[in-house]
Design a protein around this ligand. Structure first.
Ligand code: NAP
Length: 298
């Protein structure tokens, strides 16, 4: 039987450790860790994600502040807010909730965040540190995937890894993390030829194409580990209900694989937990505490 890589369970375990880390550090730090989330516009999905993040912060003792700006806010106003938050010595993390309204350039705004507070790990300084294999804040979804594999002692070194997708958010950072952990990595994208043949070589197949039910069992090698990053809400053809699914048709693949991530409950919960890890990592550094979370930041 294949192993379910249960992101909810793994997240709870890490969050217990984080709660302890916060309570043990409070006396020396003299303040709790704190995170500012900037939300722009009224996209309902972003609203849900921000609320989840606030709840997760509250649970482990991180103070969270949400700055909700109107859809038509000027670039300058957002930059001013970021600069103000950069200067706040009692703040450890700044997160710009994505996606942004299309008039705004996300990467340019992220570049304005002080890299030591970039708890989404998307600033070029932090991406550079990842590529150079130096310690630092890491992008949350890829770091969550590595921790999920570690939680079941799934070895990465020496494995053939195929990543479908090359976004800055997922595909590129997970490829670099896998490479740093001594896997042999192939990155596929929309212009890749013979995608199926390439996927069939993977010991670990990471799918982040953003295409619902794109990968079936014909792409997957017997005994592989499959990580489904995609998340989509689809309308049922028979009733008005909606249903979450990933990029992978997991029911078709499951009997063939050694391990898999469910959707929902796989990669998603790990993403939020890694935001907490990054925030506490930054808090420890800013408050002169000893870093105790390096093993969670691949
Ligand atoms: P993205 O920016 O849209 O990138 C998608 C990537 O997939 C691109 O590199 C694209 O190639 C590639 N691609 C598209 N069609 C392809 C095809 N037919 N064959 C091979 N490659 C193809 O998406 P993303 O931000 O990386 O996110 C990917 C998925 O993960 C989405 O469903 C997103 O919602 C989900 N996600 C989930 C979490 C979580 O916490 N669970 C977090 C982040 C993202 P090109 O570069 O050539 O266009």
């Amino acid at each position: 039987m294949s192993i379910k890589l249960d992101g909810k369970h793994c997240s709870l375990e890490i969050q217990e450790r984080l709660s302890k880390t916060v309570s043990e550090g409070l006396l020396s730090a003299k303040r709790p860790p704190s995170l500012a989330v900037i939300r722009i516009g009224d996209d309902p999905a972003s609203g849900v994600y921000v609320a989840n993040k606030e709840r997760a912060c509250a649970k482990i003792g991180i103070k969270s502040l949400v700055y909700h700006l109107e859809e038509k806010v000027s670039n300058q106003k957002i930059e001013d807010l970021i600069h103000q938050l950069n200067e706040d010595n009692d703040l450890d993390g700044i997160l710009l909730q994505l996606p942004l309204p299309k008039e705004l350039n996300a990467q340019k705004l992220i570049s304005q965040i002080n890299p030591s507070k970039d708890v989404d790990g998307l600033h070029e300084t932090n991406i550079g540190k990842l590529i150079k294999c130096e310690p630092g804040l890491r992008s949350c979804t890829p770091a969550g995937i590595i921790n999920l594999l570690n939680s079941k002692n799934i070895k990465i070194e020496g494995k053939r890894v195929v990543v479908v997708g090359r976004s800055l958010l997922v595909g590129k950072p997970i490829s670099n993390m896998m490479l740093n952990l001594n896997a042999t990595v192939t990155i596929a994208h929309s212009k890749t030829k013979n995608l199926k043949d390439i996927c069939l070589q993977a010991d670990i197949l990471v799918v982040a194409a953003g295409k619902p039910k794109f990968i079936d069992s014909s792409f997957v090698k017997e005994g592989a580990v499959i990580i489904d990053v995609g998340i989509h809400r689809l309308k049922s053809s028979t009733n008005n209900m909606t249903q979450l699914c990933g990029d992978v048709i997991m029911e078709d693949v499951i009997s063939k694989v050694f391990a898999f991530t469910p959707v929902p409950g796989g990669v998603g919960p790990m993403t939020v937990t890694m935001l907490l890890v990054n925030t506490i990592f930054s808090w420890q550094k800013r408050c002169g505490l000893i870093s105790t979370l390096d093993d969670l930041l691949p």
